[in-house]
Write a protein that binds this ligand. Structure first.
Ligand code: SF4
Length: 399
């Protein structure tokens, strides 16, 4: 992983410094396949936002964006990232000596399938750096994904080709897009297999492991390197399964994490749960980079479908049915909902879902109030007390 990520970031840095290859910034579930197929190196500001959170640099940077008028109630990836830009810092500098800044883009490409914040975030950079911006506007609250939804998104993707050709300075090659979509599909299938190994008892992996291992699925999908990475990871996990190695020794409770990770507390939380013999082993979040609809023989329509079938795009009824399937598949004893203050899109706690799911499945749940990046919104003591009480509850109910 360190070598893979170093190669990825140094390649971007070198391209930005030498101008040898064009660079596109893309939202995490944006049309990365189109960009790769057109010869762009692809950088993902959300990945940078998560790194700002995990290194806890975000804490000092959020107020910088707040002072520019970005409300403390909106995306803390956006605010940390803009704060980092204004301060001229990046968490990439420490692990990758020589990288002093994020790679300057030639184009910014977003998809609003996850939220509206990405459009405002990229819009700010478009203005600051005087860089063209292209976007896909996706439906929200979708129950069944119909051919109407798919076509309306596919048309927007197709319309990107012409302006991208001009920026890339090269002609679009449909066969190259097929090749990239095929690689993305392989990456997705392997990533899904990795995640599904958590259905074993005991689970060989945890959510905390997977928040790290998901990086290639996010930033390198559509490449051979990502496919090779997950092949190797899967075979290592299969060895662990054969040797009956548990991610949490003495696994007693099997927990589903619903919502964003709290990046600045990954290690603390992994250790806290392991100490309680609780294996947090599955999540909606990590599953969000499973794109089973990708089909190289029908790239535009299948990308449109895959990027619209995402959990975050869907209606409450679909989401509930999805989580129920996950609870059963992973043999879950309890659910932890992370109510992230700045991301309503990834907080499924606000319209009665926890209560409905608990009454339908009998599986107890707990809400953790916090944020993905803004640690000022999290009480560690309160979280610990509540989690310990929740585990006692699971013990009493025979979870
Ligand atoms: S989905 Fe949430 S965390 Fe992600 S960019 Fe949008 S507001 Fe930020």
């Amino acid at each position: 992983m360190p070598r893979l990520m170093a190669d990825y970031f140094y390649e971007l840095d070198s391209a930005a410094k030498t101008g040898t290859q064009k660079i596109a910034w893309c939202t995490s579930v944006g049309p990365a396949e189109i960009l790769r197929a057109m010869g762009f190196l692809v950088f993902f500001p959300e990945n940078h936002g998560a790194a700002l959170g995990a290194t806890r640099m975000a804490t000092d940077l959020l107020p910088v964006a707040d002072a520019r008028g970005y409300s403390p109630d909106i995306c803390s990836y956006l605010r940390a990232d803009i704060g980092a830009y204004l301060k001229g810092v990046t968490p990439l500098s420490k692990p990758y000596p020589g990288i002093e800044t994020v790679p300057k883009p030639d184009v910014l490409v977003f998809n609003t399938n996850q939220c509206r914040d990405v459009q405002d975030w990229f819009g700010w950079y478009a203005e600051q750096m005087n860089v063209p911006m292209l976007g896909i506007h996706t439906h929200c609250g979708v129950n069944a994904v119909t051919s109407h939804h798919v076509r309306s998104i596919a048309v927007q993707m197709e319309a990107m080709i012409e302006p991208l050709q001009k920026i890339a300075g090269q002609k679009f090659d449909p066969d190259e897009l097929k090749r990239v979509v095929a690689l993305s599909r392989q990456c997705s299938d392997l990533w899904e297999k990795v995640l599904n190994t958590a259905a074993n008892v005991p689970s060989p992996i945890t959510f905390y492991d997977m928040t790290i291992h998901m990086a290639p699925a996010v930033v390198l999908r559509g490449t051979r390197q990502a496919v090779d990475y997950y092949r190797r990871l899967l075979s290592e996990i299969e060895e662990r399964l054969a040797d009956n190695v548990a991610a949490v020794e003495g696994e007693r409770y099997r927990i589903y994490w619903e919502g964003m990770p709290i990046w600045g507390r990954l290690r603390d939380h992994a250790e806290m749960f392991a100490g309680l013999k609780a294996s947090v082993l599955a999540s909606t979040y990590c599953n969000s980079w499973v794109f089973s609809a990708f089909d190289p023989d029908d790239p535009f329509n299948s990308m449109a479908r895959a990027y619209t079938e995402l959990f975050i795009v869907r209606a409450e009824a679909y989401k509930e049915a999805y989580i129920k399937r996950m609870l059963e598949f992973f043999k879950i004893d309890g659910i932890l909902y992370h109510e992230a203050k700045c991301c309503p899109n990834n907080s499924n706690t606000r319209y009665g879902m926890p209560q409905r799911l608990q009454s339908e499945t009998g599986i107890p749940s707990l809400m953790i109030y916090g944020d993905l990046n803004d640690l000022r919104l999290l009480s560690d003591e309160q979280t610990k007390t509540n989690v310990e009480a929740f585990m006692e509850q699971l013990e009493e109910t025979g979870g």
